[in-house]
Unconditional design. Structure first.
Length: 164
């Protein structure tokens, strides 16, 4: 009878040692994988902003070329009625103004943060990297030419350090 009673006392489940071993292994894997995952996120943000900068430069060159091809001065300022990709382009010293360049380059929410940025920044990778309020400055900047017969200036604040 004693043997039959022990059968009912038998427990199912993991021992404390088994649980400790599994938790230790998971901790080691997390310690190795987490930094690599974080680094991939920063790399992705940098690549995203490099792509956006390429779009901005191409859009500025295309709009400037369109302006000159239509017979306007290379330093024209105003709205000549040139519509590119549905955008009525406003020019400043021969290049699109900030509002026009954002639309021409195809930068739009939710892919990019476009509001609340400190000029001359025009786009940020996400809301956690706008360069304002102590966040990382993972942004791109565009400044219209300051004078006739000059080119716009471009800057990219997206580095692995700023896009962490």
């Amino acid at each position: 009878m004693v043997v039959a009673a022990n059968k009912h006392l038998r427990q199912n489940g993991f021992t404390l040692i088994e649980l400790v071993v599994v938790i230790t292994i998971l901790g080691i894997l997390a310690a190795i994988a987490l930094p690599k995952y974080a680094a991939l996120q920063a790399d992705a943000r940098v690549a995203k902003m490099n792509g956006a900068m390429g779009s901005v430069k191409s859009a500025a060159a295309m709009a400037h070329g369109m302006l000159v091809a239509r017979g306007y001065s290379a330093s024209y300022t105003g709205t000549p009625g040139i519509v590119i990709e549905g955008v009525n382009v406003v020019y400043a010293n021969g290049y699109p103004d900030v509002t026009s360049i954002v639309a021409l380059a195809g930068l739009a929410a939710p892919d990019y943060v476009l509001t609340g940025l400190t000029a001359p920044a025009i786009a940020a990778a996400d809301s956690g990297h706008t360069g304002t309020g102590g966040t990382g400055d993972c942004t791109i900047s565009y400044t219209v030419p300051a004078a006739a017969n000059s080119q716009p200036t471009y800057a990219i604040g997206a580095t692995l350090a700023t896009c962490q």
